[in-house]
Design a protein around this ligand. Sequence first.
Ligand code: UDP
Ligand code: MG
Length: 309
Amino acid sequence: MYLSVVIPVYNESANLDHLCSRLLPILDGLHKPYEVILINDGSKDNSQAILDRIHAARTDVIKVIQFARNYGQHPAIMAGFEMAQGEVVVTMDADLQNPPEEIPKLLACIDAGHDVVGGYRGTRLDSAYRKFVSKISNVVRERITKIEMRDQGCMLRAYKRNIIRLIVESNESTPFVTVLAQYFASNPTEIEVAHEERHGGVSNYNLYKLIRYNFDLFTGFSLVPLQLFTIFGMILSALSGVLVLILALRRIFIGPESEGLFTLFGILFLLVGVTITGLGIIGEYVGRIYLEVRQRPRYVIRKVLGNNK
Ligand code: UDP
Ligand code: MG
């Protein structure tokens, strides 16, 4: 098998037919053995019925995994990776924001010897706030992890088999596939890919989901949030030490004072806020350690169509 295309699907009934009618002719045109693995991540619409029909129409190339419930985009991609047989694996979104016409460009880079080919979106057709969140997320990731890439959120990417094997073997409970691949790559490259507006339906990421998605990224690849917090605590302790000394001297040389009560409250509330944030950061890591040691399966599969591995 030359190529596996892995596509996570969550409430994409408006897009699946169109996706296949655009994607399959391009893959057929490669004249090499391929498979398309669609993972239904617990959709609440009739995506599964459409996937059943799409599979029945092209049992030679279409494979479908149905999750028991919604586990998230990256766990869905991981399930696809575990099933994929291709020497090259391409990931993309189901909503046609990643044009399938770009796939041959990615494959050309793989043929040129790269083990990971990342797409970055030239002009991105998303809402301003989504672009803003991505920008911040990319900048922070660039600074606190040593992983260099332009656009961790772009799913249009190609990976060689050995990278897929490493990702599957790492068996993380909260995987962040694009960054993980970049971390394992020995000869990665990046190319600009087109980006389109969502063909139908609405984005599956609200602000809450987006924040949790970014927590996966930062706790998965860096201890810097914890370390920054410790450094901040050390600086604060040193400053407080100086303050205590000054107050002690004033007590001795000036006598008892009781002014500045509200200032004290201000400082106190600030520190309480900082403490709670710190507990939250620690809790975030502890929670992930808990997920990891519990070793519960990352997802439960209800049904598989077309697996012959
Ligand atoms: N997706 C998924 N599970 C989820 C959320 C999203 O499988 O819980 C899929 C979705 O069907 C799509 C891709 O992940 O194929 C990207 O999602 P979406 O287009 O909603 O994100 P956006 O483009 O707004 O970042
Ligand atoms: Mg999208």
